[in-house]
Design a protein around this ligand. Sequence first.
Ligand SMILES: [Zn+2]
Ligand SMILES: [Zn+2]
Ligand SMILES: [Zn+2]
Ligand SMILES: [Zn+2]
Length: 569
Amino acid sequence: MDSGERIEEWTLLFWTSLAVIVPVIITLWCSTQRSKRKTHMKDFFRKSKHGWHYTDLFNKPTYCCVCSQHILQGAFCDCCGLCADEPCLRRADRSLPCKEIMAPARPDGAPEHRWVRGNVPLASYCAVCKQQCGTQPKLCDFRCVWCQTTVHDDCMASLADAEHCDLGEFRSLIIPPHYLYHVNKLRRRHPDEYSKLASSCGSGWTPVLVLANTRSGNNMGEALLGEFRTLLNPVQVFDLSELTPPKALQLCTLLPPGSVRVLVCGGDGTVGWVLDAIDTMKLKGQDQFIPRVTILPLGTGNDLSNTLGWGSGYAGEIPVEQVLRNVLDAEVVKMDRWKVQVASKGLYFRKPKVLSMNNYFSVGPDALMALNFHTHREKTPSFFSSRIINKAVYFLYGTKDCLVQECKDLDKRIELELDGERVALPSLEGIIVCNIGYWGGGCRLWEGMGDEPCPPTRLDDGLLEVVGVFGSFHCAQIQVKLANPVRLGQAHTVRLVLKSSRMPMQVDGEPWAQGPCTITITHKTQVLMLYHSAEQTDDDDDDESSASETESPTPNDSPRPPGPASARA
Ligand SMILES: [Zn+2]
Ligand SMILES: [Zn+2]
Ligand SMILES: [Zn+2]
Ligand SMILES: [Zn+2]
């Protein structure tokens, strides 16, 4: 090997390593710059009065509110709708105000429009000439951040009543900035004063508080928060990952008693969390401020939400505006809540475990399914972020347990008392105690196939429905309406004594394994919920069942008293 070849080899090696190292260095440098910029921006966002969010790509044509240039990436405010690219962001933040959450009204008491120029929503129409707005490829046309009215640049001059803003379609749900301003100015904070102030907000004013759990259901909560902040006053929209329900609900104590509605965006678990916070309000003597609760279900299989007519899971099928319209139309119903006391055997000196129950308590196969699902989810959380995978996995665990009969001969190991009377049990593997009509993600448990007469149930009758199941296969059959559960009875108080061995149990989908114990389920409180009469989805609806649905339009657990037409029993 001569020296020429040697040198050639070295040059080749040099260039090869250069070709590898240079891109790596560039990538590293870019990513550190990016993360530096991100933390810098986060700091800036936190201090800003706007609700800025950064996006790498806007999902519609967007123009910077400062330099009017077309921009692909930058920041937008999810309260007032301003958009700006990075170089203009600071100027936008300084010179343009956000939606004011608290401000005095004009001397005549009427609020004013607050116009934001450009980036009007797609398919919005001019209030003057009725033609589409935002069609020109530039920063153009106006939108009022309160009433959502849109107007062309050229039509602005001829807008009738240009001074006065009526807050638009959702005026009866919005907390106007002047209301909070006057409450803040009150020398004596008293509910009567609030009611007097409320008269300036129009008749039938029922302000809504939105409490969203950004951790439920594929992180939809984040986007929903933004949409509600755009449509309502940002002060009435809460992110439950930043503020707990008891703190968020304190806003109720500044609003007229008996008028407030709370929209919970989250799963049944989140609803339970909010209802617990409402119970705490009662303990604090704030009974008069207690709000009515309505649900926008996130995730899947939300039986409580389904029972109240809000569907079992929302994935953006209807626009947020329609959600608010449904809240406006909903009717108030009462719902029982229950206390579950678990006193473990042999631990007499320890306090019994006390849980709140809205949906159901169960011991046996369906609790085992939930327990398996729960432990696997803890192990591999990322895998469980999709709704469809969740359903498939749940199904797999269910079928697996058809083979492993862990709950055999439950009837020999458990005693059941309904209102103090011992109930003779057939050969069973599981017992389910229901407060609501739906169970197991969209199945009407008490009615079963609907082919046998059964006592009617209501949400506010102070009664629990108790059924037995023969095993997980029977559970699966009930879910697809191929079998009926064993109806054991209805009761005001349910007592279960587990004499030996460990059994899977669950309250509202929260499972655990429980040794010998006594379980007592008693009535706790009634809460005011909102009922939406349009939508109840059975997951396994087939022709036969929809035929039986038309035959009795009012489901048996409907909060309204069953009329003669719905008497199925
Ligand atoms: Zn700009
Ligand atoms: Zn803003
Ligand atoms: Zn307006
Ligand atoms: Zn116009």
